[in-house]
Design a binder for this molecule. Structure first.
Ligand code: AMP
Ligand code: ZN
Ligand code: ZN
Length: 418
């Protein structure tokens, strides 16, 4: 009796421990035979031209054997969560719901924010389009995610078969090794879709700038991790039996302390709420203040600075694809490339980023990376720049599943496929 209580306790502890890292998906789901695995890797903030900046032998090997796009064009705003979700849902932020990393939703009366430990980032109610791992699971195939923004949320009632809560202490090598372990699973336990996410290149770009030696070191380091994946696949004799896509969410541009626009030089910011600052600033009007109306504030800001453009809630140009989302606030101030929109309070020259993103996708500095390798991809082909909303349909085609509602078009990516 005593022995069995101890045994039960031990079992509970084991389950608890394993749940803090990885969680199994719906156990009553019956899975079919897997398709050719697709491994989707995101290198956050890897600008389209970083491949030329330093030695990247492993990424170069994938390009030589596969395809590369001249650049992956992000959706506006060129921020991390909006674009990771655009890639996996094939949808503009307006339609998938994450129109920024920081948002306010008037119906939920809640704020969205990101970063390790964010509860909002793990809440699927913010998401209105189906990520690829949900599509995969709904086709009775397994999806397993070793980090990807929003992959640790239950979305439309579905989670990947295996997933991890975002935890930056899990090393890049551990992430790669986890992917390889999942590929060792047999039969219907084996995943068809695998994803992982690496943020060191983005961190270095922010801290040191896109041209800095430290950023080149981060690029070489992630290339080395890609080598762990490639060599692990070769050791298993399956390097030519998987499709691999390496993508990034956006590029990176230089920031300068003398390219700052101070909103409080033009309006009384104590009378409004600032939801976001930086490459764009988001102004929410506070209902109690009858003077701070769109009619009053817009003329004060409209021609205030030559490197800042102000848009009303429903007034974004078509190429922003921000049409009717309730999370768009009353006024948005958009900076030109390199500029930042701040307040005097939030400006600290000693803690100023050397690089940032969030600017309009028309700037090449915001374009990211797309490499495709595997049996379905052409070999040694460099293709045109492509919008990231088109990758979802391509991924569905690679895995032989039917896409859910999205804004992309398969004909935009067929040039990369055999
Ligand atoms: P950005 O501010 O657009 O550069 O976003 C990059 C940041 O997103 C990273 O430094 C992480 O802190 C955060 N991030 C990335 N993945 C996740 C995740 N799954 N959950 C929460 N935060 C994340
Ligand atoms: Zn990012
Ligand atoms: Zn970033």
């Amino acid at each position: 009796m005593k022995y069995s209580i101890q045994k039960t306790l031990l079992l509970c502890l084991c389950i608890l421990f394993s749940c803090s890292q990885t969680q199994e998906g719906g156990s009553d789901q019956v899975y079919g035979e897997p398709e050719t695995p697709l491994i989707l890797i995101s290198i956050d903030g890897f600008r389209w031209d970083y491949l030329e900046k330093t030695d990247t032998p492993y990424l170069d090997e994938l390009v030589a054997l596969g395809v590369r796009s001249e650049g992956l064009i992000p959706s506006y705003p060129s921020k991390t969560f909006p674009n990771h979700l655009s890639i996996v849902t094939g949808s503009y932020p307006n339609n998938h719901g994450l129109i920024a990393n920081s948002m306010y939703d008037e119906v939920f009366d809640e704020y969205y924010y990101i970063g390790q430990g964010s509860t909002a980032a793990r809440d699927g109610k913010w998401i209105n389009r189906e990520p690829i791992w949900v599509t995969v699971e709904n086709h009775s195939l397994r999806a397993m995610t070793m980090f990807w923004p929003t992959s640790d949320a239950e979305i439309m009632g579905v989670r990947p078969s295996n997933w991890f809560a975002y935890d930056e202490s899990i090393t890049n090598t551990q992430r790669m090794e986890q992917l390889l372990r999942w590929l060792d699973l047999k039969g219907t336990n084996r995943p068809t879709f695998l994803a992982s996410y690496f943020n060191d290149v983005d961190n270095a770009g922010h801290r040191y700038g896109p041209e800095a030696e430290e950023t080149k070191t981060a690029i070489r380091s992630i290339d080395n991790e890609i080598g762990i994946l490639i060599n692990g696949l070769k050791d298993r004799g399956i390097f030519d039996e998987v499709n691999i896509m390496i993508v990034s969410d956006h590029g990176m541009t230089e920031n300068y302390t003398n390219k700052v626009i101070f909103l409080d030089d033009y309006i009384d910011i104590s009378k409004v709420e600032l939801i976001d600052k930086g490459p764009f600033a988001v102004i929410r009007l506070i209902a109690e203040d009858s003077d701070s109306t769109v009619e009053n504030l817009f003329p004060l800001l409209e021609n205030a600075h030559p490197n800042m453009t102000i848009y009303k809630k429903n007034g974004f140009p078509e190429n922003f694809h921000l049409t009717d989302n309730r999370r768009i606030q009353d006024l948005t101030a958009v900076a030109d490339d390199h500029w930042r929109i701040l307040t005097h309070d939030s400006f600290n020259p000693n803690r100023f980023p050397s690089g940032d993103h969030g600017y309009h996708p028309d700037y090449e500095s915001m374009h990211g990376l797309f490499i495709g390798y595997g049996p379905e991809f052409k070999s040694g082909y460099v293709g045109p720049r492509v919008k990231n909303i088109h990758l979802y349909e391509m991924m569905c085609k690679l895995m032989n599943i039917s896409p859910s509602l999205n804004d992309g078009d398969i004909t935009a990516t067929t040039t990369f496929l055999k």
